[in-house]
Write a new protein. Structure first.
Length: 441
């Protein structure tokens, strides 16, 4: 095999592949058919040049910046880009001043702000009056939920368009186009089969930039056979070290995944629960955070239907604390499977919520005198403890004595289900009720 360094790549532009092949118009743009397909709202706004302020929200590598650049090329307006990483209040004010002058001369300014969620409140506030006056048309791009990361006043004056992670078939189509495009590898003979293109697409997790970076690395590492570049499975595996999972421990995806784990266990779906557990752990989540959530689940969703659930989750927490990752993954898996398979009851959760509501919204009457201790003569003279009936003085260890304040004397909070062990708890409570009636006579 001959390795001809340089000859095959002489025509390749040294700039990154993802920049070279960036779509130039809507026809080249791949994905987001729900907003950019024929007749869809955003496409109509762009083609009619009636763009208003908007927020483009979606995961990395789905084309937010590219879409903004396409809008700029199709819109009769000055196009200015801003990065939240490098721009401050001073730069914002300078640009806003020029935009206001431009408006007075009939010139529109389209301002693209990448990673707008990185701007703090005061920086975002600096845009607001200029959006209201029409000095600028703001296009903000963010990977974070704008409901939490964009000022409500600014958000209310902008339209939010959600961009989805690209589908596997979208990524494969993109890669095939790049292999034919002269800006990509159209001038080279690159041999790569469909299976490997699909592997790149799966690895990219809906991120076009990641897919293009892998393809670029694979081409640079490919076997050079005469004037062809052959990409094999072994070469691709060498370029893909480990699947990069979209995850931000403080972002929305963090809460999405723990929610998926919780709801899968609640629905007794062991397989789904183990999958979401793996997604979190492999993305770098703190195993102790997951363990704490499992402890909460044990009482909130299982409770007395299986009292051992709480014991097992506390044990799993201790195991995760002692071992850490990766050894504790199987301990957490044991807990997740146990919780998924256990009988379910939210009776304790509902009981507390009901009691909490009464505690917050009803008059906070004092503790009944019979339930108060009387450690001093004065307290005894004030009838503290008077009328208290000691349960152990009775054969059944139960006595009919009102323990709630008068305004809540007949309230009931805990309603056990017939699931698992809680069924016997319900029977025990019914028996206690009968004994109280017996001992009240």
């Amino acid at each position: 095999m001959d390795y001809i360094q340089g000859s095959i790549f002489e025509k390749v532009n040294p700039s990154p592949l993802a920049d070279r092949v960036r779509p130039r118009n809507l026809d080249e743009y791949i994905g987001q058919e729900h907003i950019l397909g024929e007749g869809k709202v955003l496409r109509q706004l762009i083609e009619s040049d009636h763009i208003s302020s908007m927020i483009l929200w979606g995961p990395p590598g789905v084309g937010k910046t590219t879409l903004a650049m396409i809008i700029a090329s199709m819109t009769h307006a000055n196009f200015i880009t801003f990065s939240a990483v490098t721009s401050g209040i001073k730069e914002i004010k300078e640009v806003m001043s020029k935009a206001e002058q431009g408006r007075l001369m009939g010139i529109r300014t389209l301002l693209f702000v990448d990673e707008i969620h990185r701007f703090n409140k005061s920086q975002q506030d600096a845009f607001l009056p200029h959006v209201e006056k029409g000095n600028i048309i703001l296009i903000g791009a963010t990977t974070e939920n704008p409901s939490f990361e964009v000022n409500s006043a600014l958000l209310s004056r902008s339209r939010v368009f959600v961009l989805n992670a690209l589908k596997t078939e979208d990524i494969v189509k993109l890669l095939k186009n790049v292999l034919k495009d002269s800006r990509g590898y159209g001038d080279l003979k690159v041999e790569i089969n469909e299976e490997l293109l699909e592997a790149i697409a799966a690895y990219s997790n809906g991120d076009a930039r990641t897919a293009l970076n892998v393809l670029e690395m694979s081409v640079m590492s490919g076997n050079r056979e005469k004037e062809a570049i052959v990409i094999t499975k072994e070469i691709l595996e060498g370029c893909i070290q480990k699947k990069s999972l979209l995850y931000d421990k403080k972002g929305e995806e963090h809460y999405n995944l723990i929610s998926a784990l919780h709801k899968s266990m609640r629905n007794s779906d062991c397989d789904a629960a183990v999958y979401w557990l793996a997604r979190m752990l492999e993305a770098g989540e703190d195993p102790l955070y997951i363990a704490r959530r499992l402890i909460r689940f044990a009482s909130e969703d299982i409770g007395l239907a299986d009292p051992r659930a709480l014991e097992l989750t506390v044990a799993a927490y201790n195991a995760a604390h002692y071992l850490g990752m990766p050894e504790c993954d199987v301990n957490l898996t044991e807990a997740v499977v146990y919780l998924s398979a256990a009988p379910k009851s939210n009776a304790l959760y509902k009981a507390y919520l009901s009691a909490k509501e009464d505690a917050q919204k009803t008059m906070a009457e004092g503790v009944p005198l019979k339930l108060r201790n009387a450690p001093t003569k004065l307290m005894s003279d004030l009838n503290y403890g008077k009328g208290y009936r000691y349960a152990h003085d009775f054969e059944d260890k139960v006595v009919d004595m009102q323990c709630l304040p008068d305004n809540l004397r007949d309230r009931k909070y805990y309603f056990p289900t017939n699931q698992g062990v809680e069924k016997s708890v319900a029977e025990r409570l019914e028996n206690i009720k009968r004994l109280k009636e017996k001992n009240s006579k």
